[in-house]
Design a protein around this ligand. Structure first.
Ligand code: KIV
Ligand code: ZN
Length: 397
């Protein structure tokens, strides 16, 4: 098979990095349900869990391995034989198993987490990859805290683990520290200086501590990474991970980037709702792509422009991400055009003079009531005899 150099592989870690969030823990049946939806979404890799962390997580990896056919199923380990043995066992039913092993790469982690030296850490990294490779062909190595790691040491580490058999090299910005140009430069440096980089895929795994996870992931892809890691709704440790839906829609909206994924974007909204409900984690209304306000237009200027041509204020069609439809929200900031639109939708067409009067009455109501619904509008029509002559049921015309 010829490898498409512009194809970006999507690695979903909702069930591992996402599920680490306090309060988001799932049962095995719930994880299976989400895993099946991730398969339908078209993700390439599902990180199903960290099997050594608990018997429940081990069982989830076993059951997800049985439940999905197409995606690679991945299990996380630390760089030690015990973790790797358990992960291998948990993946025994996977059609396409992957072990994700790794260790800290920054001096901060080397000194203050492992109380070790660069030399020792390098040896442990290589040993872990070689050991995992005895059981599973597809080995992903993560260089934890790569965002803050010395670039020369990181280059040496990545070259060594590829030589040991790593097929994917993950360069996590574990603490969400990097600026997009710094992270992009890091990926480009590895692409240009790791001698055997053509034998592995570079993966980006960014956290959102400074709100830069998506921007950093895109910078990494622009500089040669071809796998992106993230979660649905961007859930994850602290401020979360990269949102898969954001990265995928950025690539789709900007063909100039020349990159594409295999994702069925129309499945995004439903899956976002499922993850939110099952993990008891509400989606913020202004969340890009899947938030309840992502396709809601509320100010008069925007509503007027949208009603003239939706592309004035819509760069993504809601149907492309499975969102029910764009909405024109009625508030005290709405204009006549939006009121007219809603009254006509309800079957009432007004002439210009009466629309003015209706609009005035609407504003009085909207100043005292946050949410104007259809019932309010119908009441506004029927309760005001002043308008009754001029309102005309469109459906009766
Ligand atoms: O953020 C991180 O560094 C991780 C690794 C375990 C891949 O989640
Ligand atoms: Zn992470």
């Amino acid at each position: 098979m010829i490898h498409d150099p512009n194809r970006v592989y999507v690695f979903d870690t909702t069930l591992r990095d996402g599920e680490q969030v306090p309060g988001c823990q799932l049962t095995t049946p719930e994880k299976i349900e989400i895993a099946k939806e991730l398969e339908a979404l078209g993700v390439d890799i599902i990180e199903a869990g960290f099997p050594m962390s608990s018997p429940g997580d081990f069982q989830s990896v076993v059951e997800i391995s049985k439940a999905v056919q197409n995606p690679t199923v991945c299990a996380l380990t630390r760089a030690n034989k015990g973790d790797i043995d358990v992960a291998v066992e948990s993946l025994k039913y996977a059609k396409h198993p992957r072990i994700h092993t790794g260790i800290g790469a920054s001096d901060m982690h080397i000194k203050h987490k492992f109380n070790s030296t660069r030399e020792e850490i390098l040896e442990r990294a290589v040993d872990a990859v070689k050991y995992a490779k005895r059981f599973v062909e597809d080995i992903e190595f993560y260089a934890e805290d790569a965002g803050r790691a010395d670039i020369n040491f990181l280059t040496q580490m990545i070259e060594a683990v590829i030589a040991a058999g790593a097929t994917v090299v993950n360069i996590p910005d574990t603490n969400g520290y990097c600026l997009p140009n710094q992270y992009g430069d890091k990926i480009r440096h590895l692409k240009e200086h790791v001698q055997n980089i053509d034998k592995a895929i570079i993966s980006v795994h960014c956290h959102n501590d400074l709100g830069l996870a998506t921007a950093n992931s895109i910078a990494g892809l622009q500089n040669g990474a071809r796998q992106v890691e993230g979660t649905i709704n961007g859930i994850g440790e602290r401020a979360g991970n990269t949102s898969i839906e954001e990265v995928v829609m950025i690539l789709k909206t900007h063909p100039v980037l020349g990159l594409h994924t295999n994702i069925n974007t129309r499945n995004f909204y439903e899956l976002s709702q499922m993850v939110s409900t099952q993990m008891r984690m509400p989606v913020q209304p202004n969340k890009a792509i899947v938030g309840s306000n992502a396709f809601a237009h509320s100010s008069g200027i925007h509503q007027d422009g949208f009603l003239k041509n939706r592309e004035n204020y819509e760069i993504i069609r809601p149907e492309d991400v499975g969102f029910p439809s764009a909405t024109i929200v009625l508030t005290a900031r709405s204009g006549r055009h939006a009121l007219k639109y809603h009254l006509e939708r309800l079957g009432h067409r007004l002439d210009r003079a009466d629309l003015d009067v209706a609009y005035k009455s609407f504003l009085t109501l909207a100043d005292s009531k946050l949410d104007i619904n259809d019932e309010d509008l119908l009441l506004l029509v029927s309760s005001n005899n002043l308008f009754s002559q001029s309102f005309e049921k469109v459906s009766n015309k």
